[in-house]
Unconditional design. Structure first.
Length: 678
């Protein structure tokens, strides 16, 4: 299905649904779409009344659509794309939101949070999730640095009084086994609650090594765990203690020639299977105290992430080159905020955010024929603080939103190169330091034409913090980059709340781009460009009859360099790499005959360029997923197939020594899932 055909189907569905019968304003209509309360603005609000492009996925849709990784989440969002580089757990993220893209090195362009806790790596497995909130556009006012393109909030299930739980067991081809356990309840009724969740995923992987016919060359074993404790000594005070753990172990042999990725060829040829090892833990304490008209919230976190990976970077059966890298991250944060609780015309949030972090990075390049190991080490110590506030003021049918954040960060960088003089890595040591700050305003205006149609306009600023190079020109600093986002949209509920239609037009001015200049396996970042991104997003949910929900989305983006010259070559007017030109999705979930369900969806991705010269690209492709099952009172059984038609595509591509290499997207997978609840 191409993009034009999708648009026709989307429009037809809207026209047909607008004639469905229901009494106007009948809140008891079982088919009507319920409102969802979110905390995107760090206070509880109806998602449909927030003047920004936001997608909310509840627990039912998460299970129906099998969203158990952040990669699958990205595949289903308009104008969002994850450039998948390898197994789950890599500390590098390459992602694009509305054309605003990150690179292999440097900071992220979007913030990833789980229960108000920032995660430095967004590529994780998901479990026991209550809802997902995806915010597109700069979120610097409330979330700060590295949220210039958007924010993803993952909200997990909180413990409650009744004891309940369950387990899930899935088995699929490629000897893939997934298990999940979850449950909890009150240790002391109305006072102390506990919830536990754990997940295991193991697989032989999709790739085969032609050197020894090993079909487990990319096998993986991943573990996730969570402990949640809630203490409510009074109606006014709530304390939540959460401990999250990750242990991801995988091989790392997933690169073949780019042409093979277009032919569903999963053969690799390596003499070393590589590895990705990740050990992650975070502990957070969230305390909320309700006063008469104000809520005081304190969030304290301590995070530790240790990731190492290595792979055969000559991508052949010859014993030539190995690249090993690692990142040991420690992060401590403290946020204090006040939220208004009164029901008057004024609604406000204000607070302070403090953080301290240490990132210890290592890169070891083994040139085996020369018996040389070129070693690079960089340690970054950062401390920072921010003050922020946002106010909503309602004047009859108008809502005026204004916000401002000031953020300051100091970074100290120590680096060392050693052992690589023979291959051009001149040994050196040194240190650098630099301060970064930003003033991040936001303004929005919403007009409630009716209770079910609300146009809005907004302008907001975001930034990505600067840093220091390690791979090349060690110690050289690069500055922060900034985005201004101008948005015009509307949110609506039509056909007596059986249709939810949201749309947004946006224009983004992107300044001081941190552009990655590749010389594989090394990279250097410069502030070398300016760019603009403009486009639209449309999201639709409709319920034409009992048991049936149809959902769709369409995203279009035109993101290009305005000014960018590198090595004497002018790339002005070229498309931004790693950002698809369009995305679209169309799906439906249908429950019938009391216990049966089926969910089918198609997600399409437009052309993606891999470098600034736009010479190499991944053509448009579509992925179709199908799931059907029987749902009883205490158990569910499903059969499913992902990438039903075995669409070939690459998730990553790069050039090395005149040859283009790539990583295959997942092939067709199918399996059986059993869920039990008590």
């Amino acid at each position: 299905m191409n993009c034009k055909a999708f648009c026709v189907m989307l429009a037809a569905g809207l026209v047909l649904s607008s004639g469905t019968g229901a009494t106007a304003g009948d809140s008891k209509d079982p088919v009507a779409i319920d409102s969802i309360t979110v905390t995107a603005n760090k206070t509880e609000e109806n998602a449909q009344e927030i003047p920004m492009s936001i997608t909310v996925i509840d627990d039912v849709a998460i299970l129906d659509r099998s969203i158990d990784t952040t990669e699958k989440l990205f595949q289903r969002m308009p104008n969002m794309h994850m450039t998948k580089m390898g197994p789950v757990g890599l500390f590098q993220n390459i992602a694009s939101v509305r054309g605003i893209s990150s690179f292999m090195t440097g900071g992220d362009v979007f913030g990833f949070f789980v229960d108000d806790v920032f995660y430095p790596s967004a590529d994780i497995n998901l479990m026991d999730v209550e809802r997902i909130e995806v915010l597109r556009g700069p979120q610097g006012t409330l979330y700060g640095k590295n949220t210039e393109a958007g924010v993803i909030n993952i909200i997990t299930r909180a413990p409650e009084n009744p004891w309940s739980g369950g387990l899930s067991l899935s088995y699929a081809n490629y000897n893939t086994l997934e298990t999940e356990l979850f449950g909890g309840g009150a240790l002391v009724k109305d006072k102390l609650f506990l919830r536990l969740a754990g997940r295991y995923m193991g697989s032989d992987g999709y790739f085969t090594n032609t050197v020894d016919n090993d079909d487990e060359v990319d096998e993986k074993k991943n573990y996730d765990g969570r402990i949640s404790l809630r203490y409510t000594p009074s109606e006014k005070l709530t304390a939540d203690l959460k401990i999250n753990l990750q242990k991801y172990d995988s091989n790392y042999s997933e690169f073949t020639t780019f042409d093979k990725t277009q032919d569903s060829d999963f053969d690799v040829s390596v003499n070393d299977s590589g590895y990705v090892d990740k050990d992650f833990s975070n502990v957070s304490l969230k305390v909320a105290f309700d006063m008469e008209n104000v809520r005081l919230t304190s969030i304290t976190t301590a995070l530790n992430s240790d990731t190492t990976n290595g792979n055969d970077v000559d991508f052949t059966d010859s014993d030539l080159y190995l690249l090993k890298s690692g990142m040991d991250r420690k992060l401590y944060t403290q946020e204090l905020r006040l939220n208004s609780r009164s029901a008057g015309a004024w609604k406000w949030t204000t607070g302070v955010y403090l953080f301290s972090s240490q990132d210890d990075q290592s890169i070891v390049y083994d040139a085996i024929p020369y018996n040389v190991s070129a070693e690079q080490y960089g340690d970054t110590d950062s401390t920072g603080a921010a003050l922020f506030g946002q106010i909503d003021y309602t004047i009859k049918k108008w809502v005026v939103t204004a916000g401002l954040r000031y953020e300051y960060e100091q970074k100290d960088f120590d680096y060392q190169w050693k052992g690589g003089a023979m291959v051009g890595y001149t040994p050196c040591t040194g240190s650098s330091d630099k301060d970064f700050d930003a003033l991040l305003p936001k303004f929005a205006l919403t007009y409630h034409i009716t209770d079910h149609f609300r146009p809005y306009t907004s302008v907001s600023k975001g930034f990505k913090s600067g840093g220091f190079n390690l791979g090349s020109d060690p110690g050289k600093a690069y500055d922060s980059e900034y985005t201004w986002n101008y948005e015009l949209g509307f949110k609506s509920e039509l056909a007596h709340n059986r249709v939810q239609l949201n749309a947004a037009l946006f224009y983004i001015n992107w300044e001081d781009l941190q552009v990655e200049q590749p010389s594989y396996p090394d990279y250097v970042i410069d502030n070398a460009a300016s760019a603009t991104s403009k486009g639209l997003e449309i999201e639709l949910i409709l319920r034409p009859l009992t048991g049936l929900e149809v959902y769709g989305s369409l995203g279009y983006v035109d993101a290009t360099f305005d000014e960018y010259t590198n090595g004497g070559v002018n790339y002005s007017g070229k498309d931004i790499p790693n950002s698809p030109s369009h995305t679209y999705g169309l799906g439906a979930a249908y429950r019938f005959l009391g216990h049966w369900m089926v969910n089918a969806e198609l997600n399409g991705t437009g052309t993606i360029y891999y470098e600034a010269d736009n010479e190499k690209s991944q053509d448009s492709y579509q992925i179709v997923d199908l799931k059907a099952g029987y749902e009883a009172d205490s158990f569910d059984v499903y059969v499913w197939a992902n990438n039903l038609f075995d669409q070939a595509y690459a998730t990553r591509a790069f050039e090395m020594n005149g040859q283009w290499w790539g990583r295959n997207g997942d092939p067709r997978t199918f399996g059986l899932t059993f869920r039990y609840r008590f």
